[in-house]
Design a binder for this molecule. Structure first.
Ligand code: IMP
Length: 430
């Protein structure tokens, strides 16, 4: 049986929600492996809109097991709030359909506070984070002082963790002008939430190994996008986890041989939220038009997304760093009605050509895109369900993208509706 990883191949917001939902209908287990409630996935099922941040998309479907892997950073209060919101929509989340890895690090209120304080005070080094405490929680994980899910059941270990956290954070906080942590209040908050979280705790690696052996299909659901990867993204304007596909293995406890297909989600143009380099960003009417037609506002923070032309260099690079087997191209219909479309095929800097995005921050900030221009199409592609429904110029645009990124289109999504999808290669096919 095939196991599939879905990752964003740009800066996030590529339209993963619909594709993951489409695939999760055919999967048995849906696992999140990185990020936290900085993600925002919108699902529309039978006319009901579900907005998920932390829970895997499979949670809204009956008979599926959803899993939060150890690569995620988990805010237990955000989790409970999301579970309550789903309950209001008639979705019940129980240990029968949700499992959380015991070794998952927790995001505490002090992490969010630190994240926001840094963003406000450090105007020169502003990242434009979601302010959810993602970065500070990952810092504590690698600093070996984070509270993990299993610690909630073990008071002496919890005390030890809190002591280490106090030493580190109080020094940081005093530098940022924040008062010291109220250790007892924090401990009381944790002890209060513990009995709500612990019933979901499990050795996820073991359950997934057994599921795999039993031939069950696992869908690994990535959050954010490959250009926000802490190693391969536009550092330091990145998130604090690995968003590339390899993380699916280490973020759940399965080895890399468990992954049979990597589906990269790619938007037919480019967007990004937050600060950082963006070579094909548009500041003109075309950019405004992409933003308006594409409804480019953040699901989590409501921020306006920056918009630009399709950057084939970046997507070729992310297809390589994630080992993408095929892409799902989304939002092609947003390009309907443009006279001309541009695709970035390379870069240029100080007279030097580049066929990849260099690593140095200075170069990333100054690099200039080299474009080729394509004829647009005036017909609507929205809702197309076969290649025959697409205008010739749109097919040419898609084919040129495939050629430039050196990766085939497996799926083409032509509207937010799940059935408006052209399937070329089934990622779950054996
Ligand atoms: P953080 O993940 O909150 O630390 O934010 C770091 C960077 O990642 C910022 O530029 C955010 O805008 C961006 N980011 C985080 N989550 C998402 C997402 O789900 N979609 C798009 N951008 C995101």
């Amino acid at each position: 049986m095939a196991n599939v990883v879905v990752v964003g191949a740009q800066w996030g917001d590529e339209g993963k929600g619909k594709i993951v939902d489409w695939l999760s209908e055919r999967a048995d287990v849906i696992a999140r492996f990185q990020g936290g409630h900085n993600a925002g996935h919108t699902l529309v099922i039978d006319g009901v809109t579900y907005k998920l941040s932390l829970l895997p998309s499979g949670i809204v479907r009956e008979g599926k097991l959803s899993v939060i892997g150890n690569g995620v950073v988990l805010d237990p209060w955000a989790l409970m709030a999301e579970i309550e919101r789903l309950a209001e929509l008639g979705v019940s989340v129980t240990p029968e359909n949700l499992m959380i890895a015991e070794n998952t690090p927790l995001i505490l209120p002090i992490h969010g506070e630190l994240d926001r304080a840094r963003e406000i005070q450090n105007s020169l080094a502003k990242i434009g984070t979601t302010g959810r405490g993602i970065g500070p929680a990952y810092e504590d994980k690698v600093g070996r002082r984070v509270v993990r899910v299993a610690d909630l059941a073990d008071a002496p270990t919890l005390d030890l963790r809190l002591d280490r956290l106090m030493t580190h954070h109080n020094a940081l906080r005093s530098g940022l002008g924040l008062g010291p942590i109220d250790r007892e209040a924090l401990k009381a908050q944790l002890l209060e939430i513990a009995p709500k979280v612990l019933p979901f705790a499990a050795p996820v690696w073991k359950h997934l190994t057994e599921a795999r052996r039993a031939g069950r299909r696992i869908l690994f659901e990535g959050a954010q996008g490959a250009l926000l990867d802490v190693d391969f993204g536009t550092y330091p304007f990145v998130t604090s986890s690995n968003t590339t596909a390899g993380m699916a293995a280490s973020g759940t406890g399965l080895g890399p041989t468990a992954i049979d297909f990597v589906l990269g989600i790619v938007k037919a143009y480019t967007t990004r939220v937050g600060e950082g380099p963006f070579p094909t960003e548009l500041f003109d009417e075309d950019g405004t038009r992409l933003g308006e037609r594409g409804h480019e506002f953040g699901t989590v923070t409501g921020r306006k997304r920056r918009c630009g032309w399709f950057d084939a260099v970046l997507v070729r690079q992310t297809c390589a760093t994630s080992g993408v087997s095929g892409i799902a191209l989304t939002k092609l219909d947003v390009l309907d009605g443009f006279e001309e479309l541009k695709i970035c095929t390379g870069y240029e800097l100080d007279g030097q050509p580049y066929d990849y995005l260099p690593t140095a921050a200075d170069l990333q900030g100054r690099i200039k895109p080299v474009y080729e221009t394509h004829e647009g199409w005036q017909e609507s592609t929205a809702g197309a369900r076969s290649w025959a429904d697409l205008p010739a110029a749109a097919i040419k645009y898609v084919r040129r993208i495939e050629e430039l990124i050196q990766c085939p289109v497996a799926l083409l999504s032509t509207s937010p509706e799940r059935d408006d999808t052209i399937l070329v290669t089934d990622p779950f096919a054996d």
